[in-house]
Design a protein around this ligand. Structure first.
Ligand code: BV8
Length: 233
């Protein structure tokens, strides 16, 4: 393997599946229990804030009952031992990368443990329910919403992500169905910029044909093995 200097990793719900967190599109997953347009759009929030706040309160509460798995810990090991540049981007709103030891995680779709105030627009760390309309820690208005990126909203730090994709030697996509843009298009950006591209997923994703290489199986096995390979090379 040529000297690796810059790696960009994108993770999705599949990396947290073995920790017991529902993915979106598996049987019985999050989107089977709710309609996307009802719980993951600004329109849905305007229409029924109690439903949406309850949906995210339930997911935030569930976080306390699950633990990071070997895949999260392997990426934290890579972050600390890899002597090149690593950008870890996640579509996940859970905090399992951080609890697995990762120090720098880019949550492009926001985080369950962050609150966005619709009055003062300040984001604050948050680990409590929102259904009871608590006051914003900054402006006291009872106007908090989950600090997550809904459909139709702009994901966070896109410039930083694209700047890294255009300079990457290797792009690795882990545990994502490749169903949602712009994240699903990252593999094409990286490939056009000359990066090698690798998919680690339980089954072929919707974009699997864009990858130079794809390995299929549980992240808890594939990711530690791949990290060992990279650090050993
Ligand atoms: C935007 C946060 C523009 C909230 C999420 C038509 C064509 C193209 C695009 C569009 C279109 N119409 C609309 C759009 C845009 C839209 C979009 O892509 N829609 C799709 C449905 C077509 N995108 C947006 O709206 C985005 N914003 O485009 O803004 C803009 C421009 C200018 C100005 C303003 C705006 C924003 C999208 C973000 C939505 N928020 N999440 C929350 O968490 O509730 S999306 C959510 O679903 C995730 O974050 C993720 O991004 C996405 C996909 O989920 P995955 O993580 O991939 O999970 P999934 O269940 O799908 O798959 C799991 C995978 O894991 C599977 O492949 C499975 O095999 C695998 N797996 C399972 N177990 C394991 C495993 N792998 C390994 N090991 C295991 N054990």
């Amino acid at each position: 393997m040529a000297q690796l200097e810059r790696i960009v990793i994108l993770t999705g719900a599949g990396i947290s599946a073995e920790s017991g967190i529902d993915t979106f599109r598996s049987a019985g997953g999050l989107w089977e229990q709710h309609k996307v347009e009802d719980v993951a759009t600004p329109e849905g929030f305007m229409r029924d804030p109690d439903l949406v706040l309850g949906f995210y309160d339930m997911r935030r509460e569930a976080l306390a009952k699950v633990d990071p798995n070997p895949a999260h810990r392997a990426l934290a090991r890579l972050e600390s031992e890899f002597d090149g540049e690593l950008l870890l981007v996640t579509q996940n709103v859970d905090d399992l990368h951080e609890r697995g030891g990762a120090k720098s995680v880019l949550h492009m779709h926001g985080e369950l443990k962050s609150a966005l105030c619709t009055a003062c627009e300040v984001r604050s760390p948050w680990d409590a329910p929102m259904g009871d309309r608590p006051p914003c820690p900054v402006c006291q208005a009872p106007s908090l919403r989950p600090d997550v990126v809904w459909f139709g909203e702009m994901p966070y730090q896109m410039e930083r992500i694209y700047a890294s994709l255009t300079r990457a030697d290797l792009f690795v996509s882990i545990g994502t169905s490749g169903a949602v843009y712009p994240a699903a298009g990252f593999v094409q950006e990286a490939r056009m910029a000359g990066a090698r591209t690798l998919e680690l997923n339980l089954e072929p994703s919707e974009g699997t044909h864009f990858f130079h290489e794809a390995r299929h199986g549980p992240a808890g096995e594939l990711v530690p093995a791949w990290v060992e390979e990279v650090l050993g090379s």
